[in-house]
Write a protein that binds this ligand. Structure first.
Ligand code: CMC
Length: 465
């Protein structure tokens, strides 16, 4: 009998799995189900004729390490699973975010995304993700105060920003400047101290909008506008971005609210590419600035958080509704992708996309309609009907409509992934904290199936053909 948990113990059932009762597996749970084998998977190795019973946990999970006991010879390495791109591998247990991809459900710490987006503020949701519970009034006031008073960045960081070319991509600037922050806070290396960790978390949440706004102002050749403490998180961000030539800048409340909603929607999305990068880098005990910089680099790619930028470029290239049929034909021939569509986990409409679509209309009532909206709506209409997209469960994801809002707000496309990265830094930090507190986690280190040469002798340079 192969045992599952560490030291042969069983696992705690995830609160939201199975019956959802948060109960613990007991010996009774493992009881005979009529076959005499209970909650186990019977495996017969036809190479040896040996049979194994592998414990099943949490309803339908087996531990990959249990496979290692399956061997032909005693000194074999043992069996392992091969799973490129983690298509079917859980790398952690988590209590932060739950996605049910087939039903289009997204919840942070149990709260539906729709409710949070409608009723919450971004910092309230940030607190929820980071601490596990919604804050009391006092906890929220303290948190907002702390974040507000960490928004300034060291002047030397502005010198670093000044060194970038005027047309440097804002994500490149962000990735570099967040990594550079680690040199200003060397104590951040003390990742075993929860107080030190919390201080860095506050700093990162507070400084991300400042860095992003400064990157934008650098790109525009405008002087930096420093944070003002009596604005909201998103109001202050708009102020640092767009204040030009006025003594008092007042952020438009509709746009401030829209950004608040967008930030909430982007705050976390469980074990995606960038969260995994954060966890993997953090698992070597790097400081959080360096790990977050790596997570941001993972987000930058067009298949992940760079998709919002790619969507806008695609819509601009299509240019007119009459060009859509040709474009869709090229997608169906596999020559290109319909950016902003499809998702590894969602096989239904991404709930964030529906909320963003509604928010877009509110924003356009202030900014005027983005002319690319008609193209986007037509693409969606066709994709939801055509066999190619329907059979592959390709629905609009979070990035399909967000870029239209960002553009209407006046952002250049290079800023779009940055607008994703600011709120997502909260999710990365929540995932990082959880990883550090998880006694089962060690340095991340996958295996490989080696396919290269066996040993061969070195051939001197002059003798090579
Ligand atoms: N346009 C056209 N075909 C697509 C698309 C798309 N956007 N997405 C997937 N497919 C097809 C793909 O060609 C494949 O077809 P076939 O089975 O015939 O080979 C099938 O659907 C499965 O695709 P996959 O690439 O194996 O799926 P995946 O889970 O590895 O990729 C994805 C997920 C999000 C990378 C992919 O859907 C994609 O490239 N979408 C466009 C980029 C995008 O919008 N990314 C943002 C994702 S949501 C926010 C975020 O993560 O940051």
């Amino acid at each position: 009998m192969l045992t599952g948990g560490p030291n042969g113990t069983t696992w705690e059932r995830g609160a939201d799995r199975g019956s959802g009762d948060g109960s613990i597996h007991t010996e009774e749970d493992m009881a005979d189900s009529g076959t005499g084998k209970g909650n186990t998977l019977s495996v017969r190795d036809n190479r040896t004729g040996r049979e194994y019973e592998i414990e099943i946990h949490d309803g339908d999970v087996i531990r990959a390490m249990d496979l290692r006991q399956i061997k032909v010879e005693d000194d074999d390495f043992g069996m392992m699973s091969y799973d490129p791109s983690y298509m079917n591998t859980a790398s952690t247990r988590s209590r932060v975010t739950e996605i049910d991809g087939s039903r289009g459900i997204l919840r942070y710490r149990g709260y539906p995304i729709e409710e949070l987006a409608q009723k919450g503020t971004f910092l309230e949701v940030a607190y929820l993700l980071l601490k596990g519970e919604l804050p009391t009034r006092k906890e929220l006031d303290d948190f907002v105060h702390q974040v507000t008073y960490h928004t300034y960045i060291h002047q030397n960081i502005t010198k670093l920003l000044d060194g970038f070319r005027y047309d440097a991509h804002a994500m490149g600037i962000m990735i570099s400047s967040v990594a550079a922050l680690s040199t200003f806070y060397p104590e951040a290396k003390q990742i075993d101290d929860p107080k030190v960790r919390w201080e860095q978390i506050l700093r990162i949440v507070a400084k991300m909008p400042t860095l992003a706004a400064f990157a934008y102002r650098h790109h525009r050749g405008l002087p930096y506008v420093y944070p003002v403490n009596d604005f909201s998180y998103t109001g202050n961000f708009l102020h640092m971005l767009f204040k030009i030539g006025v003594r008092d800048y007042e952020p438009n409340s509709v746009l401030e609210r829209a950004l608040n909603i967008l930030f909430i929607l982007h705050a976390d999305h469980e074990q995606n590419c960038s969260a995994t990068a954060m966890r993997v880098i953090g698992s070597s005990q790097s400081d959080p600035y360096s790990a977050l910089s790596g997570a941001m680099a993972a987000l930058y790619g067009p298949l992940h958080g760079g998709a919002n930028e790619a969507v806008l470029r695609m819509l601009t290239e299509i240019g007119d509704v009459k060009n859509i049929p040709d474009f869709m034909d090229s997608v169906k021939r596999g020559e290109r992708r319909l950016m902003g569509f499809g998702h590894r986990v969602y096989k239904a409409y991404d709930p964030r996309a529906s909320i963003i679509k509604d928010t877009a209309h509110e924003v356009f009532s202030v900014t005027g309609k983005n002319p690319l909206l008609d193209i986007a709506l037509e693409l969606e209409k066709i994709a939801l009907q055509e066999e190619y997209f329907v059979s592959r469960n390709l629905y609009p994801n979070v990035d399909f409509y967000s870029g239209l809002i960002y553009q209407a707000l006046g952002f250049p496309v290079e800023m779009f992934p940055v607008l994703f990265a600011i709120p997502r830094s909260v999710g990365w930090l929540a995932q990082w904290e959880e990883m550090l507190e998880d006694k089962e986690q060690r340095i991340a280190r996958p295996r490989q199936v080696y396919e290269g040469y066996g040993e061969r002798g070195y051939v001197p340079l002059d003798e090579r053909g």
